[in-house]
Design a protein around this ligand. Structure first.
Ligand SMILES: C[S@@+](CC[C@H](N)C(=O)[O-])C[C@H]1O[C@@H](n2cnc3c(N)ncnc32)[C@H](O)[C@@H]1O
Length: 265
């Protein structure tokens, strides 16, 4: 199936920030509860070690739990304490601060908007993007990877969606119901969350639409490799593939890292 770049509602100009935060809270709940990104830890750590990186700068962090659970997996499996900096174009500041308070990993929060296509060079660490690279059309996606190369950063792109409706069709159909029932368990439980999820099911239907569009937008491993800068052969290593996660879900990933002599991680 070819890639189609339809509109995700939560990225529209003027989309209510409160709804966006409720959506990213749901994604964080899913990331923490179901751990779809658990299989990436070994590959990510190998890439981080190859370029001498000891910390992560997460781009498009949403509620932050994808990056934080993976940092926890790195600690559990490789006995390393990896600090995580959370960033987003629309930072969910409340979720970031909660993650900073409650996480066992060292979490740094950037409260001002950080555009993934223009990451400030003072943010030190290996860039990660969990479920956020599909937001970018090819020119911007190329720019992100080219900027990583320009700043000599390692970068890891990870997506649990894919253009496979045998896997994702039933999940998307079930998503509104799942969110409706999961809401009492998502923290913090606020009147706003109950209003926009259970009384007026705005969040469940936004999530189902944006979930469907995310699947249609997700790049394949070959497409990801084709986006990597041509100037980088030799000075960068690129690796793309798929890793099995729970159920029939697979993680599509791209990892790139600079040669260790020149790399600053
Ligand atoms: C689908 S959510 C994924 C959130 C989180 N990484 C996760 O795994 O739960 C995509 C995130 O990308 C952010 N985003 C969208 N466009 C962006 C941009 N141009 N620069 C930085 N972040 C962006 C959104 O605000 C949103 O939080």
């Amino acid at each position: 199936m070819r890639r189609v770049h339809l509109v995700e509602l939560h990225e529209l100009r003027g989309f209510p920030g409160a709804w966006r935060d409720l959506l990213t809270d749901v994604m964080s709940y899913f990331a923490e509860g179901f751990r779809p990104y658990r299989p990436v830890a070994d590959r990510l750590w190998a890439a981080m070690q190859a370029c001498g990186a000891g910390s992560i700068v997460d781009l498009g962090s949403g509620g932050g739990k994808s990056a934080i659970t993976v940092a926890g997996d790195l600690t559990a499996r490789h006995r390393v304490a990896v600090s995580v900096t959370l960033t987003d174009k629309y930072p969910n500041v409340e979720a970031f601060q909660r993650a900073e308070r409650e996480s066992s990993a060292t979490v740094t929060v950037v409260e001002k908007p950080i555009e993934a296509t223009d990451v400030p060079s003072n943010l030190e660490g290996f860039w990660t993007m969990f479920s956020s690279f599909h937001h970018f059309k090819k020119p911007e996606a190329r720019r992100i990877l080219a900027n990583a190369v320009r700043q000599r950063r390692g970068i890891g792109v990870f997506e649990y969606t894919e253009r496979n409706f045998l896997v994702w069709g039933p999940t998307i159909l079930a998503m509104p119901l799942f969110i409706w029932f999961a809401t009492p368990f998502i923290r913090p439980l606020s009147w706003r969350r109950v209003l926009w999820t259970n009384l007026l099911p705005v969040v469940p239907f936004l999530a189902a639409w944006d979930g469907l569009v995310s699947c249609l937008r997700t790049y394949s491993p070959a497409e990801l490799l084709a986006l990597t800068p041509e100037s980088s052969p030799g000075s960068y290593t690129w690796e793309a593939g798929r890793l099995r996660s729970f159920g029939g879900c697979r993680i599509t990933y791209l990892l790139g890292w600079p040669l260790v002599e020149a790399g600053k991680g």
